[in-house]
Design a protein around this ligand. Structure first.
Ligand code: HEM
Length: 344
């Protein structure tokens, strides 16, 4: 029996078994750290799992995703409405000029010899996330200083991270009620690691483009971002679901209570995925009730970052190639590259 998670052979690739499973056994019984589960690998089936209420997120508490992911509609929809109006493209676009300034300042400061995640991806992501969260609760970003210590991927002593979290909650809690605070904290925790991971993968893809060619080409940048999200979603995110009743899926009948792993990484490479207005669609931001609340922000961040890098650090390169790059952890959750040595 296949054991989930399958490893990633190279940073922008996925394990070849995903293709084999998609072609021969698209709803496969697998072993997983959570016990026996069903791994779903076709685009249509993954989209069906994510949009069908019989696949419950709340009944799959093995993957703690915060208050929003851990709740099913209709309660979930009520919670999501507390902030959803502030998360769409129009609102996020207002933050783009400031995000671009942050990205330019960081790109200009990239040293001759450095590491991309700590020099650019982390500070860029937590600064823009602070802007966004500040805008959600009505505070200037500079009042959210503790956020960086709360979300950073760098090692921080537990006591220090705990104190920063308590202080962040105090500051946010003065602005919003308890329930909204829980949803905003979901955004804080959901909004950093995935962006840092995607920034790393987008850098690798942009260096292949090559990077200077993207300067002055916003459409090319937007396409590169979408294609990178499709081919290398920040983790083969476990979007665990559990069936609430027997369900037919991909020619099989799953019993009630079955644990289901819809694989975005596999679905995004399915040759049968539908084509959108200009490009094949992808599921990197999920689908349905729990579709990513930060997708407009994430897209804007990735585009602003690549624009700044192409225009202000076009000479960035990887001295050791991609072979030596390792991920922070295996497939199960968002897994940024542990470090990307760069030179210019
Ligand atoms: C490239 C970056 C990102 C990727 C690939 C990504 C991916 C995803 C995916 C696949 C889901 C659905 C999970 C499921 O259905 O089980 C999700 C949900 C979510 N994401 Fe993101 N995300 C990204 C960035 C962000 C950012 C920047 C934020 C916040 C500012 C954010 C906040 C959330 C929240 C709050 C949810 C839960 C939504 C709900 O349950 O209603 N994400 N994300």
């Amino acid at each position: 029996m296949t054991q989930y998670p399958l490893s990633r052979p190279e940073p922008l690739g996925v394990h070849p078994d995903y293709r084999r499973l998609r072609e021969t056994c698209p709803v496969a019984r697998v072993g997983s750290p959570y016990g026996p589960a069903w791994l779903v690998t076709r685009y249509a089936d993954v989209a069906a799992v994510l949009t069908d209420a019989r696949f419950s997120r709340a009944a799959a508490p093995e993957d703690d995703g915060g208050i929003l992911l851990n709740t099913d509609p209709p309660e979930h929809d009520r919670l999501r409405k507390l902030i959803v109006a502030h998360t769409g493209t129009a609102r996020v676009e207002r933050l783009r000029p400031r995000a671009e300034e942050i990205a330019v300042a960081l790109a200009r400061r990239i040293p001759g010899e450095g590491e991309f995640i700590s020099a650019f991806a982390e500070p860029f992501s937590h600064r823009v996330l602070s802007l966004f969260v500040g805008h959600l609760v009505g505070l200037p970003a500079q009042d959210l200083g503790p956020l960086a210590t709360v979300v950073t991927l760098a090692p921080v002593p537990d006591r220090e991270r705990g104190a920063a979290f308590a202080e962040l909650c105090r500051r946010l809690g003065r602005q919003v009620d308890r329930e909204t605070l829980a949803v905003v904290l979901n955004v804080v925790f959901g909004g950093h690691a995935a962006v840092v991971a995607a920034l790393g993968y987008c850098l690798l893809a942009a260096l292949d483009a090559p990077l200077p060619r993207l300067a002055g080409d916003p459409e090319g940048i937007a396409e590169l971002v979408e294609e990178t999200l499709r081919l290398a979603p920040p983790g083969d995110r476990t979007l665990l679901r559990r069936t609430t009743e027997p369900v037919e899926l991909g020619g099989r009948t799953l019993p009630a209570g079955a644990l289901v792993i819809p694989s975005i990484a596999a679905a995004n490479r399915d040759p049968d995925r539908p084509v959108g207005r200009r490009m094949p669609r992808h599921l990197a931001f999920g689908r349905g009730a729990h579709a990513c609340l930060g997708m407009a922000l994430a897209r804007m961040e990735l585009q602003a970052a690549l624009k700044a890098l192409a225009e202000h650090a076009p000479d960035v390169r990887l001295p050791a190639g991609t072979g030596a790059l390792v991920r922070t952890h295996e497939e199960l959750s968002v897994s940024p590259l542990a470090g990307i040595p760069i030179q210019r």
